[in-house]
Design a protein around this ligand. Sequence first.
Ligand SMILES: [Zn+2]
Length: 110
Amino acid sequence: MPLVPETIEIRLPKSKIAGNAIAIKWSNSRETAHSSFTLRMGCPCAACQKLHDPNPNVVRGPTGVSPRVEVISFDWVGNYALNFLFNDGHNSGIYNYNRILELDESTNGV
Ligand SMILES: [Zn+2]
């Protein structure tokens, strides 16, 4: 059985210098935690990943993101992904569950 999220919680910021965090409990009881900043920086959308730029040396990933960026809300996408709305207005990223698990920061005290 592939892992699926069972509960998703938006946590308040722990400090004034960071945004909020997302805590997810998965179907095998694993728990992961994700700072909004890391989720935002890991946005897989075509614009953030600059997929239309043929230059192989271009830096992939969004630029100019505030370390205090926050997740405002999320949506389920089919049964394979989540979509996050950030307070910088960005919401084009479809984060499949494997991508979210890759971005786990639970051992970093998030
Ligand atoms: Zn994006």
